[in-house]
Design a protein around this ligand. Sequence first.
Ligand SMILES: C[S@@+](CC[C@H](N)C(=O)[O-])C[C@H]1O[C@@H](n2cnc3c(N)ncnc32)[C@H](O)[C@@H]1O
Length: 212
Amino acid sequence: MNDFIDLAVEQFARDHTEWESALHVRLREETYRVMDRPQMQVDAIEGRFLKMLVRLTEARTILEIGMFTGYSALMMAEGLPDDGRLITCEVDPDAEAIARRYFSESPHGRKITIRIGPALETIKTLSGPLDLVFIDADKANYSNYYEASLPLVKPGGLIVADNVLWSGKVLDPKDADDHAIVAFDRMVQSDPRVENVCLTVRDGMMLARKRK
Ligand SMILES: C[S@@+](CC[C@H](N)C(=O)[O-])C[C@H]1O[C@@H](n2cnc3c(N)ncnc32)[C@H](O)[C@@H]1O
C-alpha cells in the first residue's frame, strides 16, 4: 500500500519488480491473517529495495531495529553473501515465533540472529563496524536509534529509516509519534556526519550515508 502514489501505478511498479519468493508470499499472508497491524510489514517493493541496497553497498553486517514477523529481515538476508550476518531486534514474542519459523525454512535464515529485548539495550552490547542499519521500530525512539547506531556504522556505511513521511502527518504533526518523526527527519537533514536523501518510497525512507 502506498498513500502517495496512484494504486494502478503502484501495481505497475510491483509487476516490474523482482517478485517475492513463495516463502515471502506465505509470510505476508500469515502475518495479515494472524497479527494485529500487519501493515507494519514493509511491502514487496520496499522489501526488494532493501535487498537492492544490501547488494549495492555490498553489506556484510546489518543491524535491523524492528523485526516484526521477519519479512524485511529475510529480504535483506537474501542480499547478503553466504558469510554475511544480520542482527535483528524485537520485543514481541508472538512476532518472534512467526519469524523464527520462516527463517528456519529459508536458506538465508542462518545469517539472521534475533535479539529479543528493547533495541536500545541490544545496541549497547554490539560492536561495529556495521555496513547497514535499518530503523523500523517504535517511532519515539527513532532519533535515539540513530544516535546509538551511527558510531557503530563504518565510514561510508548506510542508515535507512522507514516511515519518515508517516502517511503525510509530517506536514501537520499532532501526536508524539508525529513529532518524533519530524524531529528525526530534521536531525538527519542537519547532521554534518552524513549525506542523506528522503525518498517517497511507500511511507517514506530516509537514507543517510556516513561520511568517510
Ligand atoms: C514496523 S514493525 C517492523 C516491521 C518489519 N521491519 C517488517 O518489515 O516486517 C515495528 C516492530 O518494532 C518492534 N518494537 C517496538 N518497540 C521496540 C523496541 N523498543 N525494541 C525492539 N523492537 C521494538 C515492534 O514490536 C514491531 O514488531
